[in-house]
Design a protein around this ligand. Structure first.
Ligand code: CDP
Ligand code: CDP
Length: 213
């Protein structure tokens, strides 16, 4: 039984999960794990090897062979990586292969104090017993606007319509898959950040977390 505190943060694409999770971890002295990055790395590993990320055998193998260096890939924040991630993420063998690593990180974070994990299934599957669960969301248009700004700041040429379409396709696939679909845990606290900037969302979240600790 773990004695560290686990904070589970889930929600759809570009809801502000990572930004919030990082700030909560920094504020509390906890370690942070971006689980989406792991799925992105598996997706890119399959693509880079010239295969289809939806191929269960190839994707399962890539997940089992994943190494820390794969998480440093330069292309992991692109829409291409996001789509590949969402495809490998529907494959049960991939999710199984990545589960142990995520659970170990949550139970024994490097700093020993606590862990904040963000993703799609942290509160429902990876850490169902986490004492603190947040489900962060915002309207699709708000989220697409946020992601567009991020991509443009990195010099990636795209449009609002393309980003919105990519995100909706991914949210639909993530919500409708048979294994570990995107959905709030029954005991998750909902945080709609549509009308909040990142500072305001953090203020709401840290107040909730402190009340629970
Ligand atoms: O991790 P996730 O994909 O859910 O979102 P993110 O990468 O943390 O955030 C996407 C963008 O939204 C970032 O540029 C944030 O600065 C911005 N943002 C936010 O995180 N929270 C808000 N309440 C408003 C904007
Ligand atoms: O930053 P954004 O929210 O757009 O995506 P991400 O968190 O990096 O996740 C990329 C993809 O990985 C998602 O669309 C999901 O398909 C998958 N994922 C998952 O299935 N389970 C997780 N715990 C985290 C990510």
């Amino acid at each position: 039984m773990s004695t560290t505190t686990i904070i589970a943060i889930d929600g759809p694409a570009a809801a502000g999960k990572g930004t919030l999770a990082k700030r909560l971890a920094a504020e509390l002295g906890f370690d942070y794990l971006d689980t989406g990055l792991i799925y992105r790395a598996v997706g890119m590993k399959v693509l880079d090897a010239g295969f289809d990320p939806a191929d269960p055998a190839r994707a399962g193998e890539a997940a089992r062979d994943l190494e820390p260096a794969d998480l440093q890939g330069p292309d992991l924040r692109t829409d291409e990586a996001a789509q590949a991630a969402s495809k490998v993420a529907s494959i049960p063998a991939v999710r199984d292969a990545l589960l142990d690593f995520q659970r170990r990180f949550a139970a024994t974070p490097p700093g020993g104090k606590g862990a904040v994990l963000d993703g799609r299934d942290i509160g429902t599957v990876v850490c169902p017993d986490a004492p603190i669960k947040l489900y962060v969301t915002a309207s699709a248009e708000t989220r697409a606007e946020r992601r567009l700004k991020e991509l443009q700041a990195k010099g990636i040429a795209t449009t609002f319509d393309l980003v919105l379409a990519e995100m909706k396709e991914r949210d639909e696939r993530d919500s409708s898959r048979a294994v570990a679909p995107l959905k709030p845990a029954d005991d998750a606290h909902l945080l709609d950040s549509s009308a909040l900037d990142a500072d305001q969302a953090f203020d709401v979240a840290i107040a909730f977390v402190r009340a629970k600790l």
